[in-house]
Design a protein around this ligand. Structure first.
Ligand SMILES: Cc1ncc(COP(=O)(O)O)c(C=O)c1O
Length: 457
């Protein structure tokens, strides 16, 4: 371990004793002491007290500029005034009915105005949205198999939990990736229906179509793969997928759980000019409340209208989340706010690039819309396997170094990325950059140590 990383970890433990204590209590009753495995990390996760705007405070009273933002689900920032007002008004008039209401068509209209879909159904999580989208695609094509990309994350249902973070030797050859379950309990029968392809490699997709002639219902992907830092589709990749899906009669599903709200006003289809058949939305569309949606052509949704595909859910369109969602679409995810975030994003990205060059760090910055990441790889990551060669301790040095100086630069885990909220300010970005300027020389020194050590061996 790098000496500086050990120092940062010691400093982390000195600054956050109340989190350590709280984690110990949680561990007695809650596996890993957290409510989602992604929230667990060593030595223990920071426990949160409160958040406002672009910042939060932990149990020990330390303040952080927050670019974690609930794993990118809070482009609105904490307690956005418009969302809070809408929710507070709604709280006095009933929170759940399990009955239709007037906010449903209003929000459906907002979604259909921005995204190339004709009809929408709602849910509470991204997992639900991708699960129902996949089922609908299977029903619409009368086929069982789907193609997903190695390293892609689409939530926790059986069709999605395949080859999320697979390793050698199980994952096989890059030209013929083996489907690997993302943990125990995923049925073999379900894995057999998930064909794995390599991101940015159209030939790997066409091979799957040919090997499974007439059996592929859909291709599902994040238009920008954000489970490996930030991996951009290379020019022509999304267009190529569109053509292949049309050619082989499969549906193209854009999982826009992250990109839908954060890439720009019209999500990935507007940004890249490629039109999918289905779109899955969640995270930032709820402005801090659980809200998800999936949308597609009327002809596909007719399967639900005709009672051929079943979709339901007690919490669907609960009025509190819907009020938050409406306020988010109308007052948070506005063209003006996207311009503000784009400006901050450019400032942050340009600043990082300058500091990386100045410090001699062998790394690059990837960014798109509200998201970005310091990529500790020498070359651009184009697929999951490119990303695997990351120096994890170097990344941990970055994260703990930043956190100890008051900037949660992204969620913990080196597969994540930063989010800039509409409530962040130029001053927040200045502070972020000032802290990175302090941390970068440490990273550069560590990188040189590790290169020297490799050379000796
Ligand atoms: C691209 C993508 N799809 C789906 C999901 C699952 O969403 P949820 O955690 O709301 O179930 C996530 C969550 O991180 C995601 O990033």
């Amino acid at each position: 371990m790098y000496a500086d990383l050990q120092r940062e970890l010691d400093n982390f433990e000195r600054r956050t004793p109340k989190s350590a204590e709280a984690h110990k209590k949680n561990l007695k009753r809650i596996p890993l002491g957290v409510a989602s495995n992604y929230r667990a990390y060593d030595p223990y996760p920071i426990f949160v007290q409160e958040g406002q705007g672009g910042k939060f405070r932990d149990l020990d009273g330390n303040e952080y500029i927050d670019h974690n933002l609930c794993f990118g689900a809070l482009m609105a920032g904490h307690c956005h005034p418009a969302v809070m007002k809408a929710v507070q008004q709604r709280l006095h008039t009933g929170t759940m009915f399990g009955m239709p209401h007037n906010m449903e068509w209003e929000l459906a209209e907002e979604i259909c105005a921005r995204f190339p879909v004709e009809m929408v159904r709602f849910g509470s999580s991204g997992t639900e949205a991708t699960m129902h989208a996949v089922r609908l695609a299977r029903a619409a094509t009368d086929r069982d198999k789907i193609i997903k990309f190695e390293g892609g994350y689409h939530g926790l249902h059986d069709a999605a939990l395949v080859s999320v973070k697979p390793h050698a030797p199980e994952f096989g050859d890059i030209n013929d990736p083996t489907p690997v379950p993302g943990g125990l309990g995923v049925p073999k029968a379900s894995i057999a229906n998930v064909q794995i392809a390599t991101f940015n490699d159209l030939s790997s997709v066409e091979r799957r179509f040919k090997q499974n002639a007439g059996e592929i219902a859909a291709v599902i992907l994040e238009p920008i793969m954000m489970n490996v830092g930030l991996c951009m589709p290379q020019p022509g990749f999304l267009e190529g997928l569109r053509s292949l899906c049309t050619k082989y009669g499969a549906l193209l599903i854009f999982d826009e759980v992250k990109t839908g709200a954060k890439l720009g006003w019209g999500g990935a289809s507007e940004y890249f000019g490629v039109t999918p058949d289905m779109i899955c939305l969640a995270k930032s569309i709820g402005g801090g409340f659980p809200l998800a949606a999936f949308g597609t052509h009327k002809s596909v949704m007719d399967l639900i209208s005709q009672h051929k595909v079943f979709h339901g859910g007690t919490y669907n369109t609960n009025p509190v989340s819907m009020a938050a969602g409406l306020a988010t679409f109308r007052e948070v995810l506005t063209r003006e706010n996207y311009a503000h975030v784009d400006k901050l994003s450019k400032k942050l990205t340009d600043g990082y690039k300058k500091i990386v060059t100045k410090s001699g760090l062998n790394a690059y910055i990837a960014s798109a819309g509200a998201n970005g990441a310091l990529m500790l790889q020498p070359n651009e990551v184009r697929n999951y396997r490119d990303w695997l060669n990351i120096d994890i301790d170097l990344w941990r040095l970055y994260w703990f170094g930043m956190v100890n100086r008051g900037v949660m630069c992204q969620p913990y885990w080196w597969d994540e990325q930063w989010t800039i909220s509409v409530q962040h300010t130029e001053a927040d970005i200045d502070k972020h950059l000032a802290v990175f300027e302090e941390v970068a020389p440490m990273l550069s020194k560590a990188q040189q140590e590790s290169t020297a050590a490799v050379a000796v061996h």
